[in-house]
Design a protein around this ligand. Sequence first.
Ligand code: GLN
Length: 466
Amino acid sequence: TQYFLGRIEAGKHWNAYLDVSAHLSLEQASIADNILASGKAGPLTGVPIAHKDVFVTRGWKSTAGSKMLEGYLSPFDASVVENLGIPSEINPRGAGMVCLGKTNMDEFAMGSSNENSAYGPVLNPWNSAYVAGGSSGGSAAAVAAGLAPIATGTDTGGSIRQPAAFCSLTGIKPSYGRVSRYGMIAYASSLDQAGPMGKTAEDCALLLTAMSSHDPRDSTSLADSGEDYGRYLNQNWEASNTNPAKPLEGLRIGLPKEFFAEGLAQDVANAVNAAAKVMQDLGAQLVEVSLPKTKLSIPVYYVLAPAEASSNLSRFDGVRYGHRAKEYSDLSDMYKKSRTEGFGAEVKRRILIGTYVLCHGYYDAYYLQAQKIRRIIAADFQAAFDKCDVILGPVAPDVAWRLGEKSKDPLQMYLEDIYTLSTNLAGLPAMSAPCGFNKNNLPIGMQLIGNYFSEARLLQVAHQYQ
Ligand code: GLN
């Protein structure tokens, strides 16, 4: 913990952290020491971790990257923070990890580059002229720059996988419902899911095992979400296969043709194809599959996510908590001024879009239509999984872009999410793992998508590749 606190101090220029409180971390570390000394330690006891600022934490401020929640101190811990933290009476099963602090993020997790944070962008540790990705960019930069060994993230439409890809990390978004959303500041509740971001699939498996649990405080939390996600890591795909040179024999990897179409940078296509070849050499069989509605995932997501966001964000009215304008004439003026001052431009844009598509008169044309296509997208995945066990493709059309390069054009930024959105719409698990660098030495990530509840299998494939 002391080592990482020192690294955080020396690495402030990346802007990866929003709140650090050394004495709180050291307090937790000394409790973890006692647990270690008592012989009751688990695999993660005493390991430091950074939490995305979207998880509320006692002690550290919780802002979700917004001025709206500047200085906000939560009276309770999110379930994820509890599950991973020092065991307590509230949660005796806590994994005993030590919180290093809260990481920077796009405001309310809306963004793909961390440039929408009210507290400034995160710089990419591989090249500080480039973005770290988003919205979990602070978590990604913290781990990539060695300011934390591992971190939590959330993924509504790619926010774990894309920053992991941009910073050469491994990250997994589990099936919807695996990880409790209690205490996770809501963006789009039917899409939001938390997951780990670390150096390897093995690290992610350990963290995901400790993070996920059934939680009666989240009505969408699955009844049977507790399992050992690392149980297949060192096994061959087929239990009956004992050949150590062909661990992936029997695995059918589907390459969706729509993921390798125009718009994909050549360097990225080459790196992902090379990774496919490595897996083929390890025994896997490559098959072509089709996800015909891939392009529609962008308009569908950017109708549904803002619709849910406009509802979730209505709680920030200046009354119960969060920013309140200093001067106002009446109640409605107070709402108006508090929200005008507290929210950033992208958040306002999403609230406007969301409110519009939910309006009487437009509802059928936009929201309802998007819900229908969402079902078709989910069905397309099931058809693909008739032909393969795991889907492989790129995480993003290209590597990280230069700071400021896309921030003036929101539409261009939305297009960057083309390969990640559809899995959230379908609720499927998907992960990102490093698979090389482009000609400018920027990291490239590959994406592995599995059928519902196949996280342990995805991590197994990534581990065998790594
Ligand atoms: N880039 C997407 C958005 O802005 C996804 C963000 C996320 O997964 N939180 O909505």
